[in-house]
Design a protein around this ligand. Structure first.
Ligand code: NI
Length: 522
């Protein structure tokens, strides 16, 4: 129900709020107080921006995302969302033209308590352009990544927020009720109906509160938006809402971005930012919403400021959530070698991460190659000291060999390999009982060391890889490295992402001494 007296009270606050803020704005080039606050990714000293363009066949995908710390749940969620979108785009690729997907990110608010992020996604193919923008909110106290709905107190508040947007469309853009786009139209007619019922009830002389039997569907199932799961559920139900792309404005209100074409009266091809005044926002914003607004208004993005969340990050984390994605882990054994550097150049063209099962005895020969692997996000694995068959050894010998190799790697990169690949895939109970790392085999054996034929290697990998596959290759053979561009291009065009073994199985998906071949679902 709409409480009109409350709304009137709030609009008084609005005027005051606007006056105060406009007084603070500098005279030169300052953004209008109604503009959305958006903070570029590179505003912080500790944030590296990854930008990538992958051209394969007739399609192009490009994206940029922040790299603060791999363990940041928000960063992982952003990358996962972008990866999902990329797969969706590639799987539905038209076979003509030059379709392109461009995804970018910015921050909406940054403080030690909350970080808001916005992902924009634009598909263009010839003349047609479609854009879709999403926002995510990271709450440092719960370490949860939350949807936009968490910024509101409850579903009645969501309804109110949408009505506020409707009013802006009606009053400032002359959009008649019948032309309100999608959800806004539904909300507006619902409110219209409710008001009519209320008026009718008042005319009959009865009090409209309390006994009114016509309860709107909303009130029956009012869900708790401070609960992450319920907030996500509600966000699903409100999919397509313009509030999915909301930011805070310099005046402390909401700045709601409407995609081109969404506002019927706006001149074609332009996006329109609707400004909802601060006063009308305050009535329905949750505690997190207020914290987020403070963070947006505080704008911590002064040149070179540190990204404020480092200390509150969980200890461990991974880059992408492969439980939700088409992931493949490419693994390269027996190196490093003279072709490994070129291989990393090729992987970089596809933003691909791989896992290198190195021999301990070679580590000292190629320290800079190992450091580069580490710096570029690849994973190092333990392939024993000199490729001996672990199944021929005593538990003590196994431990000594594995430990020696672990330490060699740690000396160069600072951390021990998280997994082991036993040479020849040979192992027994003694081996798995002796080691502390999981033992990783494979489900796709390219036989590259035997065939030494790039074409055959690529064909095999393309024909047999599926979601969750671990592909076995050897970077010491030139023909294997030469097969990689074709493997990457072919799998990329099918919507696959190339991840490390740890990302593929997930941190909780691996135990000490456990033997794993793949993470396929079926
Ligand atoms: Ni090997």
């Amino acid at each position: 129900m709409i409480d009109t007296s409350l709304r009137r009270k709030l609009s008084v606050t609005v005027a005051v709020g606007l006056l105060l803020t406009s007084g603070c704005q500098g005279p030169e080039e300052a953004p209008a107080p109604t503009d959305a606050i958006r903070i570029p990714l590179d505003s912080f000293a500790g944030v590296a921006v990854e930008s990538m363009t992958i051209e394969a066949g007739h399609s192009t995908v490009s994206y940029s995302y922040p790299r603060v710390a791999a363990s940041h749940p928000l960063m992982s969620e952003m990358r996962t969302r972008m990866a999902e979108r990329r797969t969706e785009f590639l799987e539905a690729l038209p076979d003509k033209g030059s379709p392109e997907l461009r995804q970018d990110a910015s921050f909406l608010a940054v403080s030690s308590q909350v970080v808001g992020a916005r992902i924009t996604s634009e598909v263009s193919s010839g003349v047609q352009k479609d854009s879709e923008n999403r926002t995510l909110w990271y709450d440092a106290s719960s370490q949860e990544v939350l949807p936009w709905t968490s910024l509101f107190t409850d579903e009645a508040a969501l309804e109110q927020a949408h009505l506020a947007v409707v009013r802006v469309l009606q009053e400032e853009h002359d959009v008649p009720l019948q032309q309100l786009p999608g959800l806004l139209g539904e909300v507006a007619s619902r409110a219209d109906g409710a008001q009519a019922t209320e008026e009718a009830a008042t005319e009959e002389g009865g009090s409209s509160s309390g006994e009114n039997q016509e309860v709107s569907s909303l009130e029956e199932e009012s869900r708790d938006l401070s609960d992450p799961e319920q907030a996500a559920e509600v966000a699903q139900d409100w999919a397509g809402s313009p509030l999915e792309d909301l930011a805070f404005s310099a005046a402390g209100g909401l700045a709601v971005n409407m995609a081109p074409g969404e506002v019927p009266q706006a001149s074609g091809g332009e996006e329109v930012v609707l400004s909802v005044e601060a006063g009308s926002v305050e009535g329905f914003v949750s505690e997190l919403g207020f914290t987020a607004r403070d963070a947006a208004l505080g704008n911590h993005a002064e040149d070179g400021a540190e990204f404020p969340l480092e200390d509150s990050l969980p200890e461990e984390g991974i880059g992408m959530d492969c439980a939700r994605l088409k992931c493949v882990a490419l693994t390269f054994d027996d190196g490093p070698g003279e072709h490994t550097g070129r291989l990393m150049d090729i992987l970089a063209e596809y933003d691909a991460r791989a896992t290198f099962y190195v021999l301990g005895r070679l580590v000292g020969e190629f320290p800079e190659i190992l450091q580069r692997m580490d710096a570029e996000g690849h994973e190092l694995g333990n392939h024993t000291w000199k490729h001996d068959d672990l199944a021929d050894m005593s538990a003590e010998q196994v431990r000594a060999d594995i430990t020696r190799t672990n330490e060699a790697v740690r000396e160069v990169t600072g951390s021990e390999p998280p997994t082991i690949r036993p040479p020849y895939g040979s192992l027994n109970d003694t081996v798995s009982g002796a080691v502390e790392q999981p033992l990783i085999l494979w489900d796709v054996d390219t036989q590259d060391w035997q065939s030494r034929d790039s074409g055959k290697v690529a064909d095999h990998a393309l024909a047999h890889s599926e979601t969750g596959s671990v592909v076995l290759l050897h970077d010491i053979h030139e023909q294997s490295v030469e097969a990689v561009p074709e493997v990457l291009e072919g799998l990329h065009e099918q919507g696959y992402h190339f991840v490390t073994v740890t990302e593929l199985f997930g941190l909780d998906g691996m135990d000490s001494g456990e033997v794993l071949t793949d993470a396929r679902m079926g």
